[in-house]
Design a protein. Structure first.
Length: 436
């Protein structure tokens, strides 16, 4: 295990800290040693993966566990369709590994740079009205708790703790490994194309329920939204050619869009003019391996906030979001993204106890976001919206507690596993309150 003392910052550059030490453990024993050493020294401990969260959830002045050497595949049960991996493995590596064994995750978000534990611990999700967030795919967890003991959690072992730890925000301990319930590998037919925003909002339930996976993007003041419908199909893939894929994903979506973003960060008043001039999106229709359809490269940087709210409120909320964006006078260049998910039973999941719709809003790196994000958050507050734990928001424990039916159950697990607040930091103190 190597240790250093240096400044760490997250992917977006918004959050940074200089911990007492940064440890790079390899294996559960080395993670346990870091926790025990921090306990003896009276330091707090935080674990971090790729740093893709926008919040200060991993910030610490104590011991920071960087999981970049804790990335191995630990086991595959092909008959049960389960894999066990160390928590620092990235989703991109996991997807390639699963493909080698003829397996896949049933759902994914659109970014695969995160570590497995980081994505699941913050409630990351994809889209699909019959599918839950990524954490619903967890079949087992190995967790290093506040006293350095190693707990093995599953629906049969410590089920209450297992239930809470699936979306644990790093508040319950350091996840060492995860067992994931997979499915047989499958292909998706991806259909993307332009549509009128009014048509999509009016028919939102039909679009969301009529596809395995549905989402749409709206760039304020542009003439079109981009819809994405992905559905399972039998038969071989017929992917885009390499040149077409490069043109769509690298040149247009990253190089050109990123250049426009840097222009807007310097001169925000250009956003409206640029958005109005954006060309109509070109339709796409192809079949490819599921993870290759779900995920897209993102090489430019941005800031993001996302909220989940009751699916039953989707149409009025989307209309109100549109009204706010169009009348606010703000210069917004990046798109809003809208997705859905099924209800789950995870205490701190955005979809805990209710089918949910999600609205994610973004600005380019370097742009002011406070007025925009607060305005969207105000709309979400009116319908009991829950923030994505890894994305920017302004909530506190007092405002959040009434929005989660199992809030108390999570707090009881936290008090039991980490009574001294070994894994606390300013972010957790704000959104969960002090331990106990």
């Amino acid at each position: 295990m190597t240790t250093t003392r240096e400044t760490w910052q997250n992917w977006s550059g918004l959050q940074r800290c200089t911990p007492e030490l940064i440890a790079h453990p390899s294996g559960t024993d080395e993670i346990t040693a870091v926790v025990k050493e921090a306990t003896a020294a009276g330091r707090t401990v935080k674990a971090v993966g790729s740093g893709h969260s926008f919040t200060d959830c991993a910030i610490t002045n104590g011991s920071l566990i960087q999981l970049d050497r804790h990335t191995r595949l630990l086991g595959v049960d092909r008959e049960a369709r389960q894999v066990t991996v160390q928590s620092g493995m990235t989703l991109s590596t996991l997807n390639e590994t699963l493909a080698m064994y003829g397996l896949a995750l049933p759902n994914l978000g659109d970014i695969e740079y995160q570590t497995v534990s980081g994505a699941l611990s913050t409630g990351t999700h994809g889209t699909g009205s019959r599918l839950g967030c990524l954490a619903t795919q967890i079949a087992g967890i190995e967790l290093v708790s506040g006293d350095g003991s190693v707990l093995r959690l599953s629906p049969d072992e410590h089920p209450i703790t297992y239930g809470a730890a699936r979306v644990g925000l790093g508040a319950l301990g350091v996840i060492s490994s995860l067992t994931l319930q997979c499915v047989d590998a499958f292909n998706l037919r991806a259909q993307e194309g332009p549509a009128a925003l009014d048509d999509i909002i009016d028919g939102f339930d039909e679009f969301a329920d009529g596809n395995d996976h549905f989402e749409f993007y709206w760039i304020p003041r542009s003439r079109y939204v981009l819809t994405k419908s992905n559905n399972r199909v039998e038969g071989p893939p017929s992917p885009r050619g390499r040149l077409k894929e490069w043109f769509d994903d690298q040149l247009l979506s990253n190089t050109v869009f990123g250049t426009l973003g840097r222009m807007q960060a310097r001169r925000p008043q250009l956003a409206r003019r640029i958005n109005k001039l954006l060309p109509k999106p070109s339709p796409l229709d192809y079949v490819d391996r599921s993870d290759r359809v779900f995920t897209s490269p993102r090489t430019f940087k941005f800031y993001e906030m996302e909220y989940g709210f009751p699916r039953s409120e989707a149409v009025p909320v989307l209309r109100e979001v549109r009204r706010f964006v169009e009348t606010s006078g703000l210069h917004i260049g990046m798109p809003l993204e809208v997705r859905v998910a099924a209800a789950d039973d995870i205490p701190l999941s955005m979809a805990s106890g209710r089918a949910s719709c999600f609205v994610a809003v973004h600005v380019f790196q370097g742009q002011q976001y406070d007025q925009y994000f607060r305005g969207i958050e105000s709309i979400m507050n009116s319908v009991g919206g829950r923030p994505h734990w890894g994305k920017l928001h302004y909530q506190t424990a007092a405002t959040l507690a009434p929005r989660y039916p199992q809030w108390r159950e999570f707090q009881e697990v936290r008090a039991r596993l980490d009574p001294e607040g070994r894994f606390a930091n300013s972010y957790l103190d704000r959104v969960l309150g002090p331990v106990g």
